[in-house]
Design a protein around this ligand. Sequence first.
Ligand code: 1CP
Length: 345
Amino acid sequence: MTRPTRKLLETLKGHAQPIPPVWLMRQAGRYLPEYRATRTKAGGFLDLCYTPELAAEVTLQPIRRYGFDAAILFADILLVPDALGQPLSFQEGEGPKLAPIRSEAELATLKPEATRPKFGRVFETVARLRQDLPHETTLIGFCGAPWTVATYMVAGGGSSDQADARAWAYRDPAGFGRLIDLLTDVSVEYLSGQVAAGADALQIFDTWAGSLPDNEFARWVTEPTTRMVAALKSRHPEIPTIAFPRGAASQAKAFAAATKVDGLSCDTSMPLPAMADLGDTVCVQGNLDPLLLVAGGPALDARVDALKAAMAGKPYIFNLGHGIVPQTPPENVARLIARLRQTSG
Ligand code: 1CP
């Protein structure tokens, strides 16, 4: 008996689909009442990430509701510094907090050999998910790109301009480079472990790629991602990788060619003709404005139609240009899916 094809994986191999496969960044999260209930049950956000039964449950919630073509592992990019021994906390309404790392001495406190217990819990979530998900639903594993994770590690949390990491990179490129190299190696192990546990595809989130000028972008974004993709391809030739270099629309084509990623996730600023052009060389994902999903109505329908038309005949995965925001009405997500999957009009 032949099993149904996994539409999203076919698309990542370069095969265009009449109706594009769809998933949404942050598809599990606070806009869903069932997520809020599970999160309350877990206690803290990190408890939710590190409890396989609950992390798997919140990953499955949007699949049950909407039948997305992919599920994304529920975790966070900051679990990597946490597992390395840079303690992480999430204060309600305040975002992440970490003890900043800004020197070689602080860098030496990170322990790549000590990540296994925490990563192991994430791998257990992946294994559960691959068992529980329908065969045709692709399971996406992920991590943050070294540059973006470093911006949080150096600032000690979120920052609007990533100034601390940018300043360290200018002042002491060799020292900062050691942090990037460490993150590159650990991230490859982490993603490789997710594949061994059952992930079908991988996404590398580089949320702050756009804060660097072109020469620094080449060094801290393109180069480490290229190394990661090459290492992952040599270990797992069948597993496709998607990169999300947010804020770097003008460099997207060169980045995709250099890194050899299978998919490029575009942020909201990427013009549709540029996305269509990119679709001639790589599978493209994106880039609906998450605020349109808050607004809903005919404006949402019109943009869904425009994206579908612009990307017709190209390998294309429908997604947002950034994550779902908490004030999104769940019924607007249902509207989007229905609109995208209708066969005429
Ligand atoms: O429940 C809550 O209150 C916590 C909110 C939340 C959620 C739902 C955080 C804290 N992380 C997550 C899950 C998460 N994070 C996923 C799960 C899978 C899914 O998409 O459904 C993923 C892929 C991430 C990735 C992530 N975390 C990124 C990259 C993507 C992006 O959104 O740009 C980043 C930058 C983070 C850091 C982070 N984690 C959480 C917050 C609030 C932040 C941003 C902090 C900041 O910059 O100020």
